[in-house]
Design a protein around this ligand. Structure first.
Ligand code: SAH
Length: 361
């Protein structure tokens, strides 16, 4: 995407004097609170209750243009046509045999991101992206292989949740920040999006999980926000040497330092941490590595989530057999480490963990 298109986006997305001035640095309405929307309508000579209507129509009725808000007067509505709400357009949609739906969404500047809707009887989970691409370049992850383009804005994160909610015609109950990108490299927009998803869309913070590979100082920064979300840390290895082979950024951030920051997080927030551990056949799934992992996490308020590898075409790793997966899990259990195995959904639609990319061919 050339810089010309980027400028075009900024022009259309920048708010004119008629448009929100009380909405901070935001280039779109999504992300604005009820109080901010009420102030904005009042600036335009409208009564404050129009703010509640606007809030309802953008967050719950899914309007894509303010001209669709039929409770507003025709005259006022006609002046609102250019106010950006912050919605993406659907570029591609595919449904896996397990009913997981993958969406490629086109942003205002033409960039494509991916979101995934994962339904069960009781839950509708959305897996959201936080960046276009990802700079971390983990060796087993398709997103990292595609390079990095930019951070997502707050409204671009919220939009993914609304898109899945509208498509399923069902309330989203859970959100996992496990799509494209490294959330803690975009911490301000991610935290702002979490607050809005909680307060404006109505999703409990406790039903939100944020997954990170671990960026020095950022887990500490996240703790300062005192959110009630679950933090998941992608550990993937039982020692520094192995972790560096799988995660290039690990050489700048030794595993012991990462774990120290995690311990501090537990102390500051009182919340448990989940450690994610991808299982790669013959690489990090040996029983002695499970024992080493147990040693590393001894005395830690945590839970280990084992993720059997989902194949990507750029890597030659293999998923271990279920026997090996179970053997790894049972070593952890014997050492009194809480453990579960997460079989990713959406594998057949290339919508599972690590398979997210911006193309569908
Ligand atoms: N950047 C964040 C979110 C990434 S995706 C992070 O690193 O945590 C969420 C999880 O999927 C991470 O634990 C990631 O390591 C894992 N993952 C990536 N590629 C995978 C693959 N091919 N198979 C299974 N899990 C994968």
């Amino acid at each position: 995407m050339g810089s010309k298109d980027q400028n075009q986006f900024q022009q259309t997305a920048t708010l004119t004097p008629k448009q929100p001035t009380k909405l901070g640095a935001s280039t779109a309405l999504l992300g604005a609170s009820l109080a901010e929307l009420s102030a904005w309508v009042q600036q335009q000579g409208q009564p404050a209750y129009r703010g509640r209507q606007l809030h309802d129509w953008i967050y719950h009725k899914g309007v894509r243009s303010l001209t669709e808000i039929s409770v507003f007067s025709k005259e006022w509505r006609s002046t609102l046509a250019d106010v950006p709400i912050g919605r993406s357009t659907l570029h591609y949609r595919s449904v896996a045999p397990d009913d997981t739906v993958k969406y490629l969404l086109r942003l205002a500047d033409g960039k494509i991101i991916e979101a995934v809707g994962i339904p069960t009887e009781k839950r509708l989970t959305v897996c959201v992206s936080t960046q276009v691409g990802c700079p971390m370049a983990c060796d087993f992850c398709a997103t990292g292989k595609g390079g990095f383009s930019r951070n997502l804005a707050q409204h671009e994160i919220i939009d993914q949740v609304l898109t899945v909610q509208e498509d399923f015609q069902r309330r989203v109950s859970h959100i996992v920040f496990m799509g494209m990108g490294e959330p803690l490299l975009n911490i301000e927009n991610v935290v702002a999006a979490i607050r809005s998803l909680n307060e404006d869309v109505g999703i409990s913070q406790r039903s939100i999980t944020l997954s990170t590979v671990g960026i020095r100082g950022r887990i500490h920064q996240l703790a300062q926000h005192q959110l009630q979300v679950t933090l998941a840390v992608s550990l993937h290895a039982s020692n520094q040497e192995l972790r560096e082979k799988l995660i290039p950024s690990a050489h700048k951030y030794p595993i012991q330092d990462l774990l120290a920051e995690c311990r501090e997080y537990v102390h500051l927030t009182g919340r448990r941490i989940t450690f994610e551990y991808i299982l790669l056949d013959g690489v990090n799934d040996l029983p002695e590595q499970a024992a080493e992992l147990a040693q590393l996490l001894r005395g830690f308020q945590s839970h280990v989530n084992l993720i059997p590898y989902n194949p990507i075409r750029e890597a030659t790793y293999q998923r271990p057999s279920s026997r090996r997966i179970q053997a790894f899990a049972s070593v952890l259990k014997q050492q009194k480490i809480a453990v579960s195995v997460r079989y990713s959904r959406g594998l057949e639609a290339d919508a599972a963990c690590g398979q997210l990319r911006t193309t569908h061919t």
